[in-house]
Design a protein around this ligand. Structure first.
Ligand SMILES: Cc1cc2nc3c(=O)[nH]c(=O)nc-3n(C[C@H](O)[C@H](O)[C@H](O)COP(=O)(O)OP(=O)(O)OC[C@H]3O[C@@H](n4cnc5c(N)ncnc54)[C@H](O)[C@@H]3O)c2cc1C
Length: 444
């Protein structure tokens, strides 16, 4: 029997999960990745000789697909769970924001709104249906439930971190799932949220998958190789063309790049492709700092201060202490933005100057001398904007071109973009490609 060849565009977690599944199912698999690094948004870079994720990643207790995959890969002994605290910087002060007692002390918000906030978290934790929330915008839904002051202090910064200028267009279903997932990651009502992490973060996961698939004789990886075109004949995908002009024939093609990138690869216009083009995306720009000593004791610090242009600081070493970093600490300052925002075009040095000033405002004793290393990472189309009614817009895996399949962050909805959802998409699309390969072509 001749084996079929699947080409996967992108070596992020979805592409690598699909490669793993298809190899297991007897396919010949070719992964094409435009970057030198594996892992896409979950890639790691070398910082002082140690692999550190470009972007922070925490795991929640509801992330069952990811946890089961970690175990399947034999990485279960590298997964740990710890309590990790959250605080809010508001009115020049840092307020702890973890337990019902912290909520009672969060005096910047009126007491009745604090109580309504707690009730909303509890109700969201218990709720499982979300279709009616898809019809409502998050902002008025939250304000109605918890009050304006509580919204401004607590959820507005988070929505701004995630969606930038689109923060008030996001559906209530999206924020409901975010509250639901995080709330279910605490072990009891009175406990601080607890999150999971791998010893060396996503590096363990990505190298763990790669370790399994790279030794397979039917696996081929092309790094630093950009697909510039998906070649379609009639209404069937036949292969891909690389930026070098080389054509690579394929029985099935899976694009795991964000939809705007995918649309540049296919010259096809019909209702399906027009619908894809209607989804807006937002880019991410994130500063990573390696610092000499802890900035705060929090994992997550919401920042709500009009003089500071970012909305949060994520200090991942307060979740994962990373003993391999020799006492140094890691800070991420994420910011989601569109291409027309000056911040997207700002130089790394300008961002650095701006962020150091802001960090000093949050913690006056912070000094530039505390910074050992810093980098700025940018990715286009890092997050789909999940507007009201998004349920009717999110695409399936199959396209209107036969043998051509897609995965994209819009398919997680109403979930936030997570590694776990990426693993789920990778597995589901594997099953679909496999079933189509067998039923349509019958030569496996
Ligand atoms: C700031 C930030 C924080 C996050 N925090 C968390 C978290 O705490 N917990 C969590 O679970 N998840 C988190 N995530 C989400 C998680 O990183 C993503 O869900 C996941 O990595 C997406 O994987 P993917 O493979 O679907 O896509 P990507 O990682 O985007 O992979 C797509 C790949 O395709 C490649 N590619 C694109 N176009 C081409 C082309 N033409 N030719 C060849 N290759 C191409 C890209 O280079 C990329 O490697 C976070 C993401 C960000 C940005």
């Amino acid at each position: 029997m001749t084996k079929k060849t699947a080409t996967i565009i992108g070596a992020g977690i979805t592409g690598l999960t699909a490669a793993y599944g298809l190899l297991k199912n007897g396919w010949r698999v070719r992964v094409i990745e435009s970057s030198e690094l594996l892992g896409g948004l979950a890639a790691s870079v070398d910082l002082s000789g140690v692999p550190v994720e470009k972007y922070y990643h925490f795991i929640c207790r509801e992330d069952h697909e990811l946890v089961s995959f970690i175990n399947e890969l034999g990485l279960g002994d590298r997964l740990s769970w710890r309590e990790a605290s959250t605080s809010c910087f508001i009115d020049g002060r840092i307020y702890p924001f973890n337990t019902p007692f912290d909520l009672l002390n969060f005096s910047t918000v009126p007491l009745t709104q604090r109580i309504r906030f707690g009730i909303n978290v509890l109700m969201s934790q218990l709720r499982s249906d979300w279709y009616d929330l898809d019809e409502l915008p998050a902002k008025p839904w939250l304000i109605r439930n918890i009050g304006l002051k509580a919204y401004g202090a607590i959820w507005d910064p988070l929505l701004r971190i995630k969606f930038g200028k689109y923060h008030d267009q996001v559906s209530a279903a999206w924020i409901w799932h975010r509250i639901h997932r995080v709330a279910r990651s605490r072990t009891s009502m009175l406990a601080v949220n607890s999150y999971g992490f791998l010893q060396r973060g996503c590096h363990d996961l990505i190298s763990g998958i790669y370790g399994k698939i790279s030794t397979h004789t039917d696996f081929e990886l092309l790094r630093n190789a950009r697909v510039r075109k998906i070649v379609v004949d009639g209404n069937s995908a036949k292969g891909v063309e690389l930026a070098t002009g080389e054509f690579m024939a394929s029985d099935a093609i899976l694009s795991t790049c964000a939809i705007p990138g995918f649309l540049q690869l296919v010259d096809k216009k019909d209702g399906f492709f027009e619908k894809l083009a209607s989804i807006d995306y937002i880019n991410v720009v994130c500063m990573l700092m390696l610092v000499r000593k802890p900035f705060t004791e929090n994992f997550w610090l919401n920042v709500n201060d009009p003089s500071i242009s970012f909305n949060g600081v994520v200090e991942t070493t307060n979740l994962n202490p990373r003993p391999d970093l020799d006492q140094s600490k890691i800070l991420y300052i994420p910011y989601y933005t569109s291409a027309d925002d000056p911040k997207w075009r700002a130089t790394d040095e300008d961002l650095y100057d701006e962020y150091v000033t802001a960090l000093k405002r949050i913690k006056p004793s912070f000094s530039e001398d505390d910074i050992l290393e810093w980098r700025v990472f940018r990715d286009w189309n890092a997050q789909a904007v999940c507007r009201v009614g998004f349920r009717n817009v999110m695409p399936g895996f199959e396209t209107t071109v036969s043998n051509l399949f897609i995965t994209d962050s819009s398919q997680y909805y109403p979930e936030d973009r997570t590694l776990s959802a990426s693993v789920r998409l990778g597995r589901q699309v594997t099953e679909l490609i496999d079933s189509k390969g067998q039923t349509c072509n019958g030569s496996m």
